[in-house]
Design a protein around this ligand. Sequence first.
Ligand SMILES: Cc1ncc(COP(=O)(O)O)c(C=O)c1O
Length: 300
Amino acid sequence: MHPELIKLEETFKSSILTKIDDPLLLKYQIELWIKRDDLLHPVISGNKWRKLKYILDHALSLGADTIISMGGAYSNHLHALAYAGKMLGLKIIGLVRGEQPDILTPTLLDMTNWGMELRFVSRSDYRMLRQYKGWQDLPGLQPRQYWLPEGGAQVLALKGVAELVSDINIPYDTLCVPCGTGTTLAGIVDAVPGQVSMLGFAALKNAGFLAGEVGAMLSQPSNNWLINLDYHFGGFAKTSTELNAFIEDFELKTEVPLEPVYTGKMMYAIYDFIKKHYFKPGQRIVAVHTGGLQGKRGFS
Ligand SMILES: Cc1ncc(COP(=O)(O)O)c(C=O)c1O
């Protein structure tokens, strides 16, 4: 790995597993653990470092001096990338969905403070950008520029994500993760022991396409995983009083912070699954906290 990346990785904390203490879990005889990847780093937390690590290494090994990527005005991916760029001396250009807001969101403000160049693109152009999957695919790319698709969804992301599985040093029956592009799920499916069931929870509406995309990313076919589509709460970044109340209650009980876009929806879904007897008594579930807490600033 590139020496600058090794230096940056040395600033990361090791991962923590927290057992959730809740009378409801006792009642249903389920053990629930959270893999606290949100604690890995103050900025590049959760699945972000996992996904970016080998991509950044690839870009640096090619001699790239600029990474161009895309995301929304609260994007965890762009936020982490901007910070990593600053630390590694890489120029980062963020193609941001929609019109430039009169007042920059806290996420966009951080990104500009870290030196990222923001280029706002119309929603229709943004959709078009999703077709460019490979690092050289963006039309008009200049020498030493490296293209990174939305959410860091690139095959090299899987290698970094797979490393989180070896950090889990207890046996478990089910591993849960929230899904945006499904890249994190795919990286875990590739690495998880065969007897473990993998459950992904889609954060967006009409995400039926995700299973095909995850299947296509896997290095070998596997049938120990599925993506549940029922807990999007109306769509990406949509929330409800019920979800907000759940998050508030969960945070009070456990002191584990959640956000409403990914981890809050996943945790709500896991609790609902438990109440519906989806898991057999005696099972141990591990949920991956994929971070994203910076995005919470977008919700009052
Ligand atoms: C906090 C958080 N959790 C989960 C995800 C979903 O990850 P993926 O796009 O790999 O499915 C994202 C998006 O990258 C995210 O920011």
